[in-house]
Design a binder for this molecule. Structure first.
Ligand SMILES: [Zn+2]
Length: 301
């Protein structure tokens, strides 16, 4: 075996281990035992404990005494009125400057008529991507602080992200950018969309740097008012809360698919190679944005 062959074999083996780890985590967070992770339920509490255990094991810091930042949920039959965002911090080399908030939501739709809605794509996929990226940032620190936000109650009106921007863990002026991942695993549309550059054009060249090395097709758009209702994704997920405060955002997501908000949104419908590709793109995007974070300008609101 030549040296080249053996090095190639090694890198393939390493990449397979990474893909396997991503899929294993996706299976865990989207397991039936999480009961669909609906805000205010026992399944939600279990999902939260799982995320906290992952963050603890990798050594991510909490902001304050706990990762959990409690939020108030609207009263609903059979569920608790309190929930929690899970928030962690990856210290940057310069911890006093602008901050990047990397987000995904861990809640989903729960159990309906005896069917568990596992929400593997929506949005266990974003949460697992955050964990993977966080591990790498801890090994190789970013220039700026990166805050990881695992939001609760996105599915019931983006309650978690609204609470976060109304009582942010750092002064809101320091939040230069939100990168929000919601539905990044499903290969049906054969592409990952980057949305938000029409609102903040200076972000486009940054995202294009990351797109250059992407194994999955990256498309830009879904962020202009001329589109038909539903096709402008500006208000579609937790990035909307940041946008409402004038904070630039990049949203990563796939087109709706046959299992969107259905009980069939399971981990075994995910093509591991595609999902691995979107996680790698998200990581490259975080690195590219971190490098240019001081040039990203807030909008006047
Ligand atoms: Zn979602």
């Amino acid at each position: 075996m030549s040296v080249t062959t053996s090095m190639h074999a090694q890198s393939v083996a390493a990449s397979d281990a990474t893909t396997a780890r991503i899929m294993q985590r996706l299976g865990a967070l989207a397991a039936d035992s999480m009961e669909g992770r609906r805000a205010g339920t026992a399944g939600s509490v279990r999902a939260r404990a799982w995320i906290v255990a992952e963050l603890t094991a990798m050594g991510a810091k909490s902001i304050g005494s706990s990762y959990a930042m409690p939020i108030t949920l609207r009263a609903r039959a059979g569920s608790d009125t309190s929930g929690a965002n899970i928030v962690a911090r990856i210290p940057g080399k310069n911890s006093s400057g602008p901050v990047l908030v990397l987000s995904a939501h861990y809640d989903h739709l729960g159990v309906r008529n005896g069917e568990i809605f596992n929400g593997a794509d929506d949005d266990a996929s974003g949460c697992v991507a955050l964990l993977t990226i966080a591990e790498r940032l801890l090994r190789e620190p970013p220039e700026h602080d990166v805050i990881l936000a695992f939001f609760d109650a996105e599915e019931s009106g983006m309650v978690g992200s609204k609470a976060f921007v109304n009582a942010p863990p750092v002064p809101i002026e320091r939040i230069a950018l939100n990168i929000n991942l919601d539905m990044v695993a499903r290969q049906d549309g054969k592409a990952l969309w980057v949305s938000g550059t029409s609102h903040t054009p200076s972000l486009k060249p940054i995202a294009e740097v990351a797109a250059k090395t992407s194994a999955v097709t990256i498309r830009f758009g879904h962020d202009t008012k001329d589109l038909k209702p539903g096709d402008d994704w500006t208000g579609s997920s937790d990035h909307a809360a940041f946008h409402s405060k004038g904070i630039p955002f990049l949203y990563l997501g796939v087109e709706d698919h046959a299992d969107y908000h259905k009980s069939g949104d399971d981990a075994d419908k995910v093509d591991p190679a595609f999902y691995r590709g979107t996680v790698e793109f998200a990581y490259a995007l975080v690195r590219a944005a971190d490098a240019k974070l001081s040039t990203v300008m807030r909008q006047a609101k």
